[in-house]
Design a protein around this ligand. Structure first.
Ligand SMILES: *Cc1c(COP(=O)(O)O)cnc(C)c1O
Length: 389
């Protein structure tokens, strides 16, 4: 074992079961380990490095800002923060942006906004947020509480009260639960990521949006994983024909630096006022400069390419030997394999392709700009690894 692996094992908290590989460098969708072996990266840091590793345009935007001013706190205006908020609103029709540092923190902000909105509109007893079973919303005590998977809860009781979990795609049941608990909001992932890359049914999402509009319950969409071009749309809700009241995002937004955002729609653009919320690092100018270079490249033409690449992967893997089903949208793809997903990922790694898992599936989240020939090469390796005799 190399020094770094031994030191890491001794001194880093044991929360991650790392693959036995130290990544030392890379370019685009190809990364290199400590022995010089190259891998095609089909995970992009869990949907974070939207334009791959060490992307020139992103790195130039980040370093330019780094040499101007790296941090000034939210007591002062900075250009990247303002321009990024403007772009995000232009691309979504949302009205205002609160910047955070991570997905969990973005969800915390969205939940606070929904609670304050409902308390002011309907009374302090309207605090409950309905989320879905099999969802994932983060690791803080409150976002764990929002996460509809019991096994994340067990060791960390008591969790934050005020969350109930509905069955995904059960519209009547979800509405009944929202009414029974005087819900402030309904929080969904349009495609459950950690839950196994499971898209919700379009009619269900539209039914929730109609209910929310009718009852003045806020619709919150967690776009932490699905957002920022990942599904071939700027945000995944756009594939479902709805307009949320609150959108939370992070992961791919910063392109590799920590950045989260809460996008507030018309109903709640003024709900968070002076002193209601804050974050020391949120909206950091270096992170925002990187994000701006990501967001400005997510044009309609570029997103159409993401969609086409996703369709290529779907076609190549659907019906292949050892593949039971393929799910997802754009370049967010889950593969139900006959072999255990972990075995497929291990075999791919040996052949120079890095994949992820989600539940019992193999999960692919490559860089959005992965070149077609590199993608083809990776898919051939994955296909071979899935195959059964
Ligand atoms: C990853 C993820 C989160 C948590 O994001 P962090 O940046 O790890 O806090 C929340 N929601 C969804 C849907 C995610 O995929």
């Amino acid at each position: 074992m190399s020094d770094i692996k031994a030191i890491d094992k001794q001194f880093v908290a044991n929360t991650y079961n790392r693959f036995p590989v130290e990544i030392v460098s890379g370019k685009g969708s190809v990364v290199r380990d400590e022995t010089g072996k190259e891998y095609i990266d089909m995970g992009s840091g869990i949907a974070v490095t939207s334009f791959g590793v060490a992307d020139d345009e992103w790195a130039a935007a980040v370093t330019e800002q780094l040499h101007r001013v790296q941090h000034m706190s939210n007591l002062y205006y900075t250009r990247p923060c303002a321009l990024l908020a403007q772009r995000l609103c232009e691309k979504t029709g949302m009205k205002k942006v609160f910047f955070a540092n991570s997905g969990a923190e973005a969800n915390e902000g969205g939940i606070k906004a929904a609670r304050k909105y409902a308390a002011e509109k309907k009374g302090a007893d309207h605090f409950t947020i309905v989320t879905l079973k099999n969802s994932f919303h983060g690791r803080t005590i409150t976002t764990l509480s929002a996460t509809g998977q019991e096994h994340y809860h067990e060791l960390f009781q008591p969790l934050t009260p005020g969350f109930v979990h509905a069955d995904a795609n059960d519209l009547e049941g979800t509405i009944a639960l929202a009414l029974e608990h005087k819900a402030a909001g309904i929080l969904i992932e349009c495609i459950q990521g950690e839950g196994g890359v499971v898209p919700l049914e379009k009619e269900y999402v539209q039914g929730l949006a109609d209910f929310c509009a009718g009852e003045d319950v806020l619709l919150l969409v967690d776009e932490v994983q699905t957002g920022n071009g990942r599904t071939g749309a700027m945000y995944s809700y756009m594939n479902f024909g709805v307009q949320p009241d609150i959108v939370t995002t992070a992961k791919g937004l910063g392109g590799g630096l920590p950045l989260g955002a809460v996008l507030l729609g018309e109903k709640c653009e003024y709900v968070l006022g002076f002193g209601d919320h804050g974050s020391t690092f949120g909206g950091n100018p270096v992170c925002c400069a990187g994000a701006l270079s990501v967001v400005e490249r997510l044009t309609d033409d570029f997103l159409a390419e993401v969609k086409a690449k996703g369709e290529f992967v779907f076609k190549a893997l659907s019906g292949a030997s050892g593949v039971e089903s393929v799910s997802g949208m754009g370049l967010m793809i889950g593969i139900q394999t006959v072999k255990p997903a972990g075995d497929v990922v291990k075999a791919c790694m040996e052949q120079g392709v890095l994949c992820l898992t989600a539940k019992d599936k193999v999960r692919l989240l490559p860089a959005l700009n992965i070149p077609a020939d590199v993608l083809e090469k990776a898919v051939a390796v994955i296909k071979a690894a899935c195959a059964v005799e």
